[in-house]
Ligand binder design. Structure first.
Ligand SMILES: Cc1cc2nc3c(=O)[nH]c(=O)nc-3n(C[C@H](O)[C@H](O)[C@H](O)COP(=O)(O)OP(=O)(O)OC[C@H]3O[C@@H](n4cnc5c(N)ncnc54)[C@H](O)[C@@H]3O)c2cc1C
Length: 418
């Protein structure tokens, strides 16, 4: 099947399916290979950020979300280690959260929605239950992939294309093939997190809740509302911190989650009648505070395979879909120009870091500052009392310019002193 496709996309999560949609709309023939069969689950907090919604809107999928089980969200509640709470509403002017509303939707639905969108594209051929094992190189250039077809007696098959996109998640086979040891995760720039689905938590409102409980520091505990009184409840810590905590406190993420639910004064009553549905599951998040090489001779990486998760919020779906969109544009242009070299595809790295780099840097700083209990207490207490500061937090959830304040050390000094 030499060169029968323009692009092979490995992995049909939000990043891969989005890339496939935009490539198809640019007239490129795509082979989308996915090891699972949809609907498949993905451990996640299930919150769709403003950035995710930008792509959802552009692909015309808002009406699909409206048909699927979801919760509409109206803001974020933060609590500090001292137990202070503040609710920060989404800005009404945020175009990606129309009318100041966001969404939380289980990934089993969200990912199927992105996958179905790719499936409907006329230039996309999909193979589910196909496990890519390695990238095929010719004279140093990625020209295809080799893998196992679970639908055809586990037969080994090869496919060829002008370019290969790795959208195969945090343990990306494509990233390992193209980057070798450089694909290893840095434990200070990745996070481990668990989540469970609970029903019957008292006092669920329209806010997603982020709690900086002392027992969970330097990580945070979340409650994100879902459909019909369900909520996604989870906890995440930077992998390096978790390792240390596991050694010194002999706790893992699951025991920490249960401890918080049973003992944290702010929530224990709210969970008194709550029931866990299914199992608590965990997964790793690769942060964009560590800059991975994103493209090379005939290849590009998107989403978790490209290590693009926000190091403060843990959001990765938005950056995966934005990366899918940008990768599709650069690769299409490169194919049209007949130049799929590393230097041409390097435009993708440049555009990603220009688009996402500043925000990722700010979020990394916020993550570092958020490790200090005193600062967290001061921020939440100040937001409780000061309307102007609350508005600034709301604006930071909506736009990058307002968020830039958090990159400025003087800003922290001002908050702490006044
Ligand atoms: C606990 C937790 C909470 C989170 N909360 C949020 C949140 O609330 N909001 C948010 O935006 N993000 C959140 N994230 C991050 C988010 O889940 C990821 O950033 C996002 O899934 C990345 O999308 P992706 O398409 O790059 O990868 P994935 O969603 O991981 O998709 C990769 C796909 O590739 C397939 N694949 C893998 N290997 C192969 C192979 N060899 N061959 C073929 N196919 C393969 C997989 O089956 C999968 O379908 C959270 C993550 C965790 C772990």
């Amino acid at each position: 099947m030499a060169d029968s496709f323009d692009v092979i996309v490995v992995g049909a999560g939000p990043g891969g399916s989005t890339a496939a949609c935009y490539l198809s709309r640019a007239g490129k023939k795509v082979l989308l290979l996915e090891k699972a069969k949809f609907p498949r689950d993905k451990t996640c907090g299930d919150a769709l950020s403003g950035k995710s919604m930008h792509v959802v809107r552009e692909l015309g999928l808002v009406k699909e979300i409206e048909k699927l089980p979801h919760a509409k969200t109206t803001g974020v509640t933060f609590s500090s280690p001292s137990g202070a709470c503040v609710s920060v509403p989404f800005a009404k002017t945020d175009e990606s959260r129309e009318g100041g509303q966001g969404y939380c939707m289980r990934r089993i639905y969200t990912d199927k929605m992105f996958f179905e969108a790719a499936k409907k594209e006329k230039n996309v051929k999909i193979m589910e239950e196909f496990i890519v094992g390695e990238v095929i190189f010719k004279e140093g250039k990625a020209v295809g992939v080799k893998g196992m077809d679970l639908n055809d007696g586990r037969k080994e098959k090869e496919f060829y294309a002008k370019a290969v996109v790795g959208a195969d998640g945090v343990n990306s086979t494509v990233a390992r093939s193209v980057l070798g040891e450089r694909a290893a995760l840095d434990e200070k720039h990745s996070c481990d997190a668990v989540r469970g689905y609970y029903k019957g938590i008292k006092g669920l409102g329209g806010d997603i809740e982020i709690h900086f409980f002392e027992s969970c520091l330097p990580g945070y505990f979340w409650i994100f509302p879902l459909e019909s009184g369900y909520a996604n409840v989870g906890l995440g810590l930077v992998s390096y911190d978790l390792k240390k905590k596991m050694k010194t406190e002999r706790k893992n993420l699951v025991t920490m989650l249960h401890d918080a639910i049973e003992n944290e004064p702010l929530i224990k009553e709210r969970f008194a009648d709550a029931k866990l549905e299914g199992k608590i599951t965990g997964w790793r998040l690769p942060f964009g505070s560590y800059r991975r090489q994103l493209s090379g001779e005939g290849w590009a990486l998107v989403g978790d395979a490209a290590s693009l998760v926000d190091p403060f919020s843990g959001e990765g779906v938005g950056n995966a879909t934005i990366a899918g969109k940008i990768a599709a544009k650069i690769i299409s242009g490169a194919i049209d120009a007949g130049d799929i070299s590393a230097s041409r595809l390097g435009e993708y790295d440049k555009e990603i870091w220009a688009e996402l780099g500043p925000e990722l840097q700010t979020s990394y700083r916020m993550q570092q500052v958020g490790r200090v209990k005193f600062v967290l207490n001061r921020f939440v207490e100040k937001a409780q009392k000061n309307e102007e500061f609350r508005s600034l937090l709301a604006a930071s959830l909506a736009n990058e310019d307002a968020k830039k304040n958090f990159a400025n050390p003087l800003f922290y000094l001002k908050v702490l002193l006044f």
